[in-house]
Ligand binder design. Structure first.
Ligand code: AMP
Ligand code: GLY
Length: 408
């Protein structure tokens, strides 16, 4: 089988790496750190299966375009991708489906939004309706900060058009969990759960990012928790989408909070998580290409259910100075080979080559260092041992990825 992976980040590198165990893989546009990267646009790549990594092309309808040309695609059409493209629409769908989630309302104007904020006990959560690369959410413990954020978003100042509509919701608390399910339009199967670290700083401080690290498995998420998430969140949503005439073939990623009242939905993404994919996919012991092809063809029963090893993976994201704001770029990256020599897996995201062929930084999240081990503690130790060998001017990373679970 020849698989075309669309995208250019660490998630796509992980997809290519694991799909490459059983398939021939090309990545478009990829990056200079991902083997098999090609310059050809996806519509001109000849493949048996197309796997679309990022949300933006899904929301823009790339899956529809490829399907219209008769191709087999893993990734929802623009209709299903609205689950991620519009938080307001997502909330409406999950309300119809009866999925447990935070109390919320949607606003286009400052006055009523502020009035609603004042009725909530706090912490206050303000989200852009549209896509904002994981950065459009403010969780505030200060009401004035929430009000200022609503004004900045609705005026278009902070996130352009993506923020001209906002969803305001009550704050929930509890450990977070990512459950990714592969869907064939009717059925869904879960992958191993992961936990992601969204804030830029140690101790979950500072602004939200696309994700600064992750680990899998998650001891707090046993089979019963995953079954609950499938029954209460994934399956009802898939059924609701079907009811609305949407044939959802792709990954449905539930971002959850494990509250005192059970798992509650924080968000849906319509693709593999980044950096969750980097710790979930390497643990797979069944054939990923076969699974995704079956889902794309609308019949998951044609592939064996996904299985995972007992080993653990921890990834630490190495980021450029300035991220999640405007990153500094063009710095030479040192130490990748030494890190790989420890047995760690390095997935490349924001990288380029300079005129002399050296790998340099070219984005905010630059590398994912993945450590492996029999336990999360061992994988964590491995990830940091390898990450310590990589550097460039201004590089930053969190030092507490998976720390709590490793010490439990
Ligand atoms: P989202 O983009 O919707 O996943 O939100 C990004 C992050 O903001 C989540 O991973 C949570 O850490 C946090 N967050 C979102 N919604 C809530 C909420 N209702 N209560 C508490 N934290 C939240
Ligand atoms: N890790 C969060 C995301 O992929 O959106």
């Amino acid at each position: 089988m020849r698989v075309c992976v669309v995208g250019s980040g660490g998630r796509e590198h992980a997809l290519a790496h694991v799909l490459g165990r059983s398939a021939e893989v090309v990545v478009t546009p990829g990056n200079p750190g991902i083997p098999g990267s090609v310059g050809t646009p996806p519509t001109e790549v000849d493949a048996d299966l197309y796997v679309i990594g990022p949300e933006a092309p899904l929301v823009a309808g790339l899956a529809d375009e490829l399907r219209a040309a008769g191709r087999l695609v893993l990734g929802p059409g623009a209709d299903g991708a609205r689950l991620e493209g519009s938080k307001a629409w997502m909330k409406e769908v999950v309300a119809s489906a009866g999925v447990p989630t935070a109390r919320h309302r949607t606003f286009d104007e400052v006055g009523p939004a502020v009035e609603y904020l004042r009725t909530l006990p706090g912490p206050w959560v303000v989200k852009t309706d549209g896509l904002a690369a994981g950065k459009g959410v403010l969780v505030a413990t200060d009401l004035d900060e929430a009000i200022a954020d609503v004004e900045a978003k609705l005026s278009g100042r902070s996130f352009g058009d993506a923020g001209r509509r906002v969803v305001i919701e009550e704050g929930m608390s509890g450990p977070e969990l990512s459950v990714l399910a592969v869907c064939d339009g009717t059925r869904a199967v879960p992958l191993a759960p992961a936990q992601d670290f969204k804030r830029v700083g140690d101790g979950d401080t500072g602004p939200n990012t696309g994700g600064m690290g992750a680990y899998s498995p998650v001891p707090a998420a046993d089979e019963a928790v995953v079954a609950q998430v499938m029954e209460r969140c994934i399956e009802p949503t898939l059924a609701e989408l079907r009811r609305r005439g949407i044939d959802y073939r792709g990954v449905l990623y539930a971002g959850l909070m494990l509250t005192d009242e059970g798992p509650k939905l924080v968000e849906f993404n319509v693709r593999f998580g980044d950096p969750e994919a980097q710790v979930v996919l390497p643990r797979m012991t069944s054939d990923l290409a076969e699974l995704l092809a079956a889902a794309a063809a609308g019949d998951l029963t044609a592939a064996p259910a996904p299985t995972f090893g007992d080993d653990a993976c921890v990834t630490v994201v190495l980021a450029s100075e300035g991220y999640p704001g405007t990153p500094r770029t063009g710095d030479v990256i040192e130490g990748i080979e030494a890190a790989e020599a420890t047995g760690a897996t390095i997935f490349c995201a924001g990288v380029a080559r300079d005129e002399t062929g050296r790998l340099v930084t070219a984005g905010g999240r630059v590398l994912n260092v993945v450590g492996h081990g029999p336990t999360v503690a061992a994988a964590r130790e491995h990830a940091y041992r390898a990450a310590d060998l990589i550097s460039w001017p201004g590089m930053h990373r969190r030092s507490d990825i998976a720390k709590e679970v490793a010490h439990r």
